[in-house]
Write a new protein. Sequence first.
Length: 307
Amino acid sequence: MSRVEFDHCFRRKNPSFVETGSCFDITDTRRIKVRPGGHEALPQKALDISAFSFNKKTERKTPHEFVRRGSGAGGTLKPPKIDENPPVFPDENFDSPSQHKEHFPAFSERPNPPNSEFRRHYERGDLPIQIDHGGCHNRIAWKVAIEKLDFHHYLPIFCDGLREVEMPYAFLAEQGVYDMMQVGQSKVVAVIPQLIIPIKTALNTRDRSVIAKVLKVLQALVKCDDNEEHLVGKSLVPYYRQILPVLNIFIRKNKNLGDAIDYGQRQQTDLGELIMETLEAFERHGGPDAFLNIKYFIPIFESSIWA
């Protein structure tokens, strides 16, 4: 019987962060010096002094820059010269690599270092979860019943992992939040104050994939209590000050497709549509004070309930 030799070629997956180790090693958090969602790493533009005072910086013209005889219109009916290269004004809603577009600091991504509490606890083996590789899609195999978990301890840890973009941390954190909200509906209301800082940190990264993930979690959060009192939605109203400012920045980020068809609608990656759906869910489940608080932070929002 002849011996068959196989030549296996393995490609090493490049991690999203340099601090991430292998699957058998932990993340090197000692090298991380930046703050998640911080503004310190953004490029600083030159300060315009004339915007804050009556002084204006001017340059002295040379004799070659003055208007010479015969070069001006001189009060005649001579039409002005048409500029052959008109200025191009970029559309902020149209993302195209061929279009010259200025990146404003408000829409720029902030640092998102891999030092979340979820990653630290998962690499240390403190979370009772593991991945269940199913036939169609992956699930979380809980080693302990979810009803027996301490939601005050575990749910903020899972919410802090929503800003993760690497696998398996991103999948485990997102799916773990959904599982805990589905099973422990009555326990979520008491943990709402502890969820605000992780959600705010994830939104402050300005990463569009992270913002879309957090918006879907917020929609499921306000709908997780199936009673008519909507306690979770009403408990979020005092914390709109921490959540809504970032949504006000990206609320105009719709896909400008014209008459084309968006074949990826089921993935729900359109930030503008997701933000509007989230605000409408806040208004429906937030009680009578929800609309006024949303309108205070997002002035262009119109009520979907009152005619």
